[in-house]
Design a protein around this ligand. Structure first.
Ligand code: BGC
Length: 377
């Protein structure tokens, strides 16, 4: 069968290869892959800057954002052939650490976790894979092709869960949210903010392409320019770019008791001069919190699937701005100006059930008037 593989540590080593069918010891559930999403982590792996092959091997099958259909599964798993599933990216460390021991592998303490398509476990960009039943999430069939968004949405669902847990340290009535970056993570973060009834502002640098409209069609406000103008006194900030200047700026734009959640993985090497003493003073005097978050556990995948089911399916379909067949993997891996989320399709998904989804979904709010400074869609 065909698989998209790379040699970790070697830039531009991606290639389509014939690999053996998955062997039964890899898991009792056989899944046929429908689609795999491409994200910034994949591009870092492609650049040879991140990623590790399974022990004893020198190649890694790419792909951690999956959508597949069950081909066969044991009766005891409750999974029927044809069920729509997503593979969980991270596996707990074998020790296990206290967190992995209770299914909180996203909070692994010793770094010995493994991740499909990223760290020491083959990914999902292959025509079929095997996996254990407790390593997949079954989706509502009506989610159809949008199910490939569950993994990125799981990362965002975890971010929101942790924001809310931190908020519970005192009486907390958040109203304003700032999201920096209108990529897939930022847009899904904004979507979940709107679903919570919050006033959501999204800051990005583009004035053209699908992002401004995607933000406005959520009922959120799109901004370009500087953080202070986009949203002063934010109760919550989700920083989704990893850009050093933005990370520093958002720490200074919060309301009292503000929470800044960092989700972007910076590439490093960018030095800023900063008045850390002044930042410290402001954070202490205002009870501010800045925290980082990565990955997701089963609970977050389930929350993500629920949030996506509540969203407008047409909006989710616009978020997936480009679908390329496996044969065109080279095109899919190159970021184009109007891309939001690019998906590699391994098999056409029979999406007929999802047409029915359109009538069930929550409709989009009326778009807000155009944000000042916006120069076109
Ligand atoms: C994935 C996470 C993973 C992280 C670090 C992200 O792109 O979505 O699941 O933990 O990369 O490897």
């Amino acid at each position: 069968m065909r698989a998209l593989v790379i040699t970790p540590g070697v830039a531009d080593s991606a290639r389509l290869e014939e690999i053996p069918e998955p062997s039964p010891e890899q898991g009792s559930v056989l899944v046929e892959t429908l689609a795999v999403g491409v994200c910034g982590t994949d591009r870092e792996i492609l650049a040879g800057e991140y990623g590790a092959a399974p022990p004893g091997e020198n190649h890694l099958v790419l792909g951690h954002e999956s959508l597949g259909r069950v081909v066969s599964a044991p009766m005891s798993s409750g999974l029927l052939p044809g069920a729509l599933v997503v593979g969980i990216v991270r596996r707990p460390d074998p020790v296990p650490c206290p967190n992995c021991a209770v299914g909180e592998w996203d909070m692994c303490r010793n770094g010995q976790y493994t991740e499909h398509g990223i760290k020491e476990l083959h990914g999902f960009c292959r025509e079929r894979f095997r996996i254990e039943p407790d390593r997949v999430i079954e989706l509502d069939a009506r989610l159809g092709g949008a199910g490939v968004l569950v993994e990125p949405a799981s990362v965002v669902a975890k971010a929101w869960e942790h924001i809310e847990r931190i908020g519970q340290r005192s009486r907390w009535t958040p109203q304003r949210v700032l999201v920096t970056g209108a990529g897939p993570i930022g847009l899904l973060a904004a979507m979940m903010g709107v679903q919570r009834g919050l006033e959501v502002h999204v800051l990005d640098r583009v004035t053209e392409g699908p992002k401004p409209d995607l933000v406005r069609d959520l009922g959120a406000t799109y901004h370009i320019g500087v953080v202070a103008k986009a949203c002063a006194n934010a109760d919550i900030v989700l920083e989704c770019t990893g850009v050093a200047q933005l990370v520093f700026d958002v720490m200074q734009c919060t309301a009292h008791n503000g929470i800044v959640c960092l989700t972007g993985i910076s590439s490093g090497g960018r030095k800023l001069e900063a008045d850390i003493a002044a930042l410290n003073r402001a954070m202490v005097l205002e009870n501010d919190v800045v925290f980082g978050t990565v990955n997701a556990n089963r609970r977050h995948y389930e929350a993500a699937a629920t949030a996506l089911c509540k969203a407008d399916r047409r909006w989710l379909d616009r978020l997936i701005s480009r679908r390329a067949p496996l044969e065109s993997w080279q095109d899919a891996l190159v970021h184009q100006p109007n891309d939001v989320k690019t998906v590699i399709e391994l098999k056409a998904n029979d999406d007929k059930q999802s047409a029915h989804f359109l009538s069930d979904s929550v409709s989009v709010r009326n778009p807000l008037p155009e944000a000042p400074g916006h120069t076109g869609g």
